[in-house]
Design a protein around this ligand. Sequence first.
Ligand code: SF4
Length: 182
Amino acid sequence: MSISARLKDFLNAPPESFPVHESAFLKPQQIVFSAEVRKACEANQCGRYGTCWTCPPGAGDWEKLRDHFLEYENAFVFTTCHPLEDSFDFEGMEEGARVHALADKALMDAFEDCAEPHELAGAGSCSLCAKCTYPDAPCRHPSLARRSMEACGIDVVTLARDAGLHYMNGPNTTTYFSIFFF
Ligand code: SF4
């Protein structure tokens, strides 16, 4: 099956399984990678810095990651949008992240037998394992773990603008992004 057919199937999945809100195709060369984004990870506002292979510093050197992603020919970015009770609804945010991770998994499952190079970077830290092996042992699922977009230096605000997607979708909602390189 072609890559475009696989992506079409992903986008046509029933909305109750993983509701894709918006999506766009772009060239990796259009993406802004920035040292400032990566530095922001060090502030550790999410609490995941230094706790996972997919977040800094375990995710690797951001400039090498940038150069690696720029070798791909195409990128596909998608969002999911989730309702919140209010702006302090952290449980709602966690639930949104859980559902977004289902979309990430569905996309990677759709490409499981695809021989063409492909790779996903997503929202926040990898959550495949209840406890990440970092830094004591190698990643348990290196082909499934996806780096955080910020760990790769991807400026998601600018990406949203350049791809014509909404970074925010109104009050009492949270929006998560992923990007798939192929
Ligand atoms: S797959 Fe498991 S070990 Fe690998 S980065 Fe994700 S949580 Fe960590």
